[in-house]
Write a protein that binds this ligand. Structure first.
Ligand SMILES: [Zn+2]
Length: 457
């Protein structure tokens, strides 16, 4: 079996036992990390080992993007100046309705490839434009073809109802479609692409629907993820009812949550729910300030997502840095207000932010025994950063280099499950220019179609 040995790199393992190594080696075999330590000597079978010089490189675990609507990749930047209200009207009730399966496929494929390019090895693709099984299968096909590790969170579209049709908030998550996916394209629960549910939750659905959807997720052993916030709740008091029914636990993932009361937040934390912050989009579209610090105060950590490439960049290093900076700003402001001065030391060290986009994402997915750190036995998902680059050199504190200074330009190589997906700064994918052209055609068609229908504004 083919092995890969990265020699003499700076290793940020994100494994508390292993810590950081200033000149360490990583041995990969059969898709898994076999060993992480200085001076690994090769035994027999040396001829089958790719030995890579890691001098001047920093190796970190692959990043985990906890929330992205990858189906919007063909509309990059189109929604940059929309508030959340405009986004609901123009994207969900507008552009989303003219997507064909091919639009979903190419957006998901190219969006996922860009995630790999940016150092993401696990993507939570929160896909809520599934009007037909063909759309769903197209998204799954795009994810599989990209080679990324993904959690496909299946959700429902949110159009304005036509006369006689129910509002989306009244439509239970389609059980038959979940069963179809679990016995068909996503049957392998240990496969590269697995299933989760992108449900409406009490903020966007009736109580009956929320109860149904939470039960469905529980029965199927799946994560139930939902947006929380952005205008008034469809079911005020819904969370309390779901908690009373015993339906809130570690499989519940709350996206945003900025407006949750302190009491309710504490109850959700106590029940083990996970939280996903999408810092830049939350600030841009009007969600309020990210919940990061309120979680940290309660002893839990956020996961971080991109949310929308129709609004902002897909690079998770930036998102982690924005989350960290935003929370430091809030903490500094609180300190100045309370005591008239800034805190004596920083309230959040940079390493925290790296943890949010690695281990915490793994924990949210219930996969922290498999991904999220460079631990022997885990799947070999890793990123190699060229720390000799002009913008990173000299490195005094490798964690600071990664969190505060690394950009896409510095991501030299990306490995998923022991297979290189990017080497020497280039994605290892065939026909990328053709895929880009298909994405551009799709984006143009979507915009022209919505304009033709007179529903662009
Ligand atoms: Zn979202």
């Amino acid at each position: 079996m083919r092995r890969t040995l990265i020699k003499s790199a700076t290793i940020i393992s994100m494994d508390d036992t292993l810590g950081d190594l200033r000149a360490g080696d990583v041995l990969v075999e059969g898709g898994r990390i076999i060993d992480v330590r200085p001076g690994i000597e090769l035994g027999s079978g040396t001829a089958e080992t790719d030995v890579i010089d890691g001098t001047g490189r920093i190796v970190i675990p692959g990043l985990i993007n906890a929330h992205m609507h990858t189906w919007q990749t063909g509309l990059r930047g189109f929604a940059a100046n929309w508030t959340l209200l405009e986004y609901f009207r123009r994207m969900h009730a507008g552009l989303a309705t003219v997507f064909r399966p091919d639009d979903i496929y190419i957006a998901t494929l190219v969006g996922a490839l860009n995630q790999i390019n940016c150092g993401t090895t696990t993507l939570v693709d929160w896909c809520h434009n599934n009007p037909t099984p063909d759309h769903t299968d197209a998204a799954v096909r795009g994810l599989i073809e990209s080679g990324i590790r993904a959690a496909f969170f299946h959700g429902s579209p949110k159009p304005e109802p036509k006369p006689g049709e129910p509002h989306f908030s009244e439509i239970p998550h389609p059980r038959r479609e979940v069963e179809r996916l679990l016995t068909g394209p996503l049957a392998d629960r240990n496969g590269l692409v697995t299933l989760g549910l992108a449900v409406l939750g009490p903020h966007y659905s009736t109580l009956d629907v929320a109860m149904h959807d939470f039960r469905l997720a529980r029965e199927a052993g799946l994560i139930a993820s939902m947006h929380q916030g952005g205008g008034p709740a469809r079911t005020p008091g819904g969370w309390e009812k779901l908690i009373e029914a015993g339906l809130v636990g570690a499989n519940v993932n709350i996206v945003h949550g900025n407006d949750l009361s302190d009491d309710l937040l504490q109850r959700l934390v106590d029940l083990g729910a996970s939280f996903s912050v999408t810092p830049e989009n939350e600030m841009i579209q009007g969600h309020g300030f990210p919940i990061t610090g309120r979680l940290l105060k309660r002893g839990v950590r956020p996961t971080i997502g991109i949310d929308l490439e129709s609004v902002l960049a897909g690079d998770l290093f930036s998102a982690a840095r924005v989350a960290l900076s935003m929370q430091r700003a809030l903490d500094n402001a609180e300190s100045r207000k309370a005591s008239g001065t800034i805190p004596a030391t920083t309230t959040i060290p940079a390493r925290e932010a790296l943890r949010w986009v690695t281990l915490e994402g793994a924990r949210m997915l219930g996969r922290d025994s498999q991904i999220g750190s460079l631990t022997p036995g885990k799947l070999a998902d890793l990123v190699v950063i060229n720390a000799s680059d002009l913008n990173l050199f000299p490195v005094h504190d490798p964690v600071a280099t990664v969190v505060m200074q690394t950009s896409l330009a510095n991501i030299e190589a990306v490995m998923i499950g022991g297979v290189w997906k990017k080497r020497n700064g280039r994605l290892l994918v065939d026909g990328l220019e053709r895929k880009k052209e298909m994405l551009a055609q799709s984006g143009r068609r979507l915009v022209q179609e919505i304009e033709r229908q007179g529903r662009a504004a």
